[in-house]
Design a protein. Structure first.
Length: 97
């Protein structure tokens, strides 16, 4: 369990447009009881990291929304036992019935 964890986010709407941004920090974690595994950046380590996720959306109609989401926006490289995924992008089209 890391000593420090925090999330910070903002959600903004302006007419038909909207945006959500989230920052996530996870401090150093240890894989043994004596907390002696202090090496970072290698396979098997549990690195501290900070990532930012961003989602932009546009309300097309009252029942349809299009959005673009980017996770790990700044392509942070860290190990969570194995190498964590880098930046990912997603396009979404949502409908309300």
């Amino acid at each position: 369990m890391p000593e420090h964890i925090f999330n910070l986010g903002a959600d903004l709407d302006y007419g038909s447009f909207g945006a959500t941004a989230t920052g996530r920090y996870v401090g150093k974690r240890y894989g043994n009881d004596s907390n002696t595994d202090t090496v970072n950046g290698v396979q098997g380590s549990l690195d501290p990291y900070f990532t930012v996720d961003l989602k932009l959306r546009y309300k097309i109609t009252a029942w349809a929304t299009a959005s673009l989401a980017v996770t790990n926006l700044f392509d942070e490289h860290y190990y969570a036992s194995s190498l964590a995924p880098g930046r990912s992008c997603y396009v979404e089209l949502g409908f309300k019935f």
